[in-house]
Design a protein around this ligand. Structure first.
Ligand code: F6R
Length: 643
């Protein structure tokens, strides 16, 4: 683990408090047959469809049928692909729960899909979050005769409730008792055939809201799930538990307890009515969490995505270190933004670990990789894990015997599946076509990999290693600051950038791939021609295009680049270019450009991550200034499966 347990917990809760938890969506509906119950399955489908942006690895639901049976239907896949197979529309009833999953632990299989049930198929549970003490609980429950069938942490919940019921508690008390001994994060909805008109719920850290409809109550991780049925909502607070029926809600606060003794935890009834709010958002706005576009939401999610990725990296990185240590050659391949992460990774491996590697654009890689051997390593970077150019190159490399490492944001997607080692970023689903949080989390992976490699190979003295690691841990905080500081600046700058036809993005050394990513963002969503190249190249040709007012952005991370880039800024100013620099606070170059965006000074190896953020914001605001939808740039798709 990269962070100490205590550090992880402190930052985790802090960030979860700020951003909420964006993975998996849950829904519960308590209704009557005359309200929505006659079409319960169809309504569950609609609600889950509205939650699809939270995850789409698997989908499932459970209903109690009018004759009192629990039916559970679930499988791997996207909701529209499995709608027929699961037969949503065939089911009616007065209570039902559903789940859409973004896998972070355990592959997205049919068995791991939610809901999960107890031994007798009387209780079904959907859950968002992570139960940290599930292994202990699972062992104890197995000793007491419970049978588990999935690899999930969630499955302990129905078995715990079953266990407490066996020991004499009624369902609600058993549920409260079970919740009180869970550790970690959770939003839970549960149904039980013994209480066929209720949905039991509980929340700790992962978000959970109740919707008050006409003759129907909803429980969900997010408002968009039920917004077409009601806009009256109650946001639950930590350690609130309760149940809904079609016409009533009970909310109680409980405390946590330690043991498996069947004594329900002390609880107090919560007067929730003053907390009910009417939400005026449209469905689309609600899915975007109040942001006008997914891209802006995802830019703002970066501190949490980076934090989750840092804390989620584990032994697989040491596996990659081992492979690289023994390799003759290392290749890093990716397309578009993932190529820029690959190139950054290549610089970092060289700088921190003295390892030479070659970054190759995925669509060009197959010819190169057709000559690799079993002594070579290929790192394939793809947020979607499905990009065909990258996949084809991976297949070529595998055929030649090379070891392949996948860096992806999507568990069990094609590239990780075909690779020898999988390293996952934990950015959550990225809906905006332009990659933002998946890029910064890819940079986290490479920074950490280079640090570990440097430590193991002895190129990085222990003190430097520790110092850089602690700087990497501070990145979520720095990115948070950079977003807040740069948003107004980007908004203002975008008014000028919006009128330009072309721009250069220049950097040196590690600043080159960050400039390339800045240029890609501007061209793909604001449709302004943008070109990036190493700043030293200007005089070899590109400076011929520069005329008064031509925008030139400089990326200065604060290392070797800072020492030598001053002259490049001067030569552009001398031709009347409009120069803008992103540089560390107090930088020696800060007086040279016309516009300077000073950011916290970090080590340049770590600065790559926050220093891309101003470019993301400038591109975003320039696109909106020009009247374009940044979430759906023309001619582009989120996953490119054609060569
Ligand atoms: C740009 C962008 C694309 C992708 C590229 C590779 O914002 O998103 O350039 O980076 O299509 O996609 P993945 O990473 O899914 O292989």
């Amino acid at each position: 683990m990269l962070l100490s347990e205590i550090e992880i917990l402190i930052i985790y809760y802090l960030l979860l408090f700020i951003y909420g938890f964006t993975m998996c969506g849950i829904i519960g509906i308590a209704t009557t047959l005359t309200a929505l119950g006659a079409n319960l399955g169809t309504v569950l489908y609609c609600c889950l469809k509205n939650l699809e942006y939270r995850g789409y690895d698997s989908v499932g639901f459970a209903v109690i049928t009018p004759d009192g049976r629990l039916v559970v239907r679930k499988c791997r896949g996207k909701i529209d692909d499995v709608r027929e197979k699961l037969g949503f529309d065939r089911y009616c009833g007065v209570v039902g729960i559903g789940h859409t999953r973004w896998a972070t632990h355990g592959p997205p299989t049919d068995v791991n899909a939610h809901p999960h049930t107890d031994c007798n198929m009387g209780i079904a549970v959907v859950h968002n979050g992570i139960i940290e003490n599930y292994l202990e609980l699972r062992e104890e429950l197995i000793e007491r005769g419970h049978r588990f069938i999935s690899e999930t942490d969630t499955e302990v919940i129905p078995h715990l409730v079953e266990e407490f019921k066996r020991r004499g508690l009624p369902t609600y008390d058993a549920f409260k008792k079970a919740v009180s001994i869970l550790r970690g994060t959770f939003a839970i909805a549960m149904i039980d055939v013994d209480e066929p008109d209720k949905i039991f719920f509980a929340r700790y850290t992962s978000p959970l809201v109740i919707g008050f409809g006409k003759g129907t109550m909803f429980v969900s991780s997010d408002i968009p799930a039920f917004l077409e049925y009601t806009n009256r909502v109650l946001v639950l607070r930590d350690l609130e538990v309760g149940y809904v029926t079609s016409s009533s809600v009970v909310v109680e606060g409980i405390s946590q307890s330690e043991d498996l003794d069947p004594v329900p935890p002390p609880s107090r009834v919560v007067e929730f009515r003053p907390r009910i709010r009417v939400v005026e958002w449209s469905l689309e706005a609600a899915k975007k969490g109040g942001y006008p576009h997914f891209m802006l939401k995802e830019i703002h999610e970066q501190p949490y995505a980076i934090f989750s990725t840092i804390s989620g990296l584990g032994p697989e990185i040491d596996g990659v270190v081992e492979l690289i240590r023994r390799a003759d050659h290392v290749f890093i391949i990716g397309a578009g933004t993932s190529y820029h992460a690959s190139l950054t990774g290549s610089y970092l491996l060289h700088e921190l670990a003295g390892v030479f590697s070659q970054a190759i654009i995925a669509s060009e890689a197959q010819w190169y990789l057709s000559k690799v051997s079993d002594r070579d390593v290929v790192i394939a970077v793809s947020q979607s894990g499905e990009t065909i150019d990258t996949l084809v190159a991976v297949r070529v490399a595998k055929r030649c015997g090379a070891k392949v490492v996948a860096v992806s944001n999507v568990i069990d997607s094609a590239i990780p599946r075909e690779s020898d080692i999988q390293v996952y970023t934990r950015a959550g689903p990225e809906i905006g076509v332009a990659a933002t949080k998946t890029f910064t989390t890819q940079l986290v992976v490479f920074t950490y990999l280079a640090l570990r490699l440097g430590k193991v190979l002895g190129t990085l003295p222990e003190d430097n290693y520790r110092d850089l690691l602690s700087k990497l841990r501070k990145v979520p905080e720095v990115v948070e600051y950079v977003i807040a500081r740069c948003e107004p600046i980007a908004r203002k700058l975008s008014r000028e950038v919006a009128s330009k036809r072309s721009a250069y993005f220049l950097g040196r050394w590690l600043g080159v791939p960050i400039s390339m990513e800045g240029a890609l963002k501007l061209k793909e969503i604001a449709y302004i021609h943008a070109e990036a190249y190493p700043a030293g190249e200007s005089k070899h040709g590109p400076i011929a295009l520069v005329e008064p007012g031509f925008p030139v952005f400089f990326t200065v991370l604060g290392g070797y680049d800072e020492e030598i880039i001053g002259g490049n800024i001067e030569e552009m100013r001398a031709r009347g270019a409009w120069t803008i620099a992103i540089c560390p606070r107090g930088s020696r170059v800060r007086r040279l450009p016309e516009v300077v965006i000073e950011l916290p000074r970090l080590s340049p190896y770590v600065a790559t991550i926050p220093y891309i953020v101003p470019y993301q914001l400038i591109a975003y605001y320039t696109a909106t200034q020009r009247g374009f939808d940044p979430d759906k740039p023309r001619n582009l798709a989120k996953t490119v499966t054609v060569m």
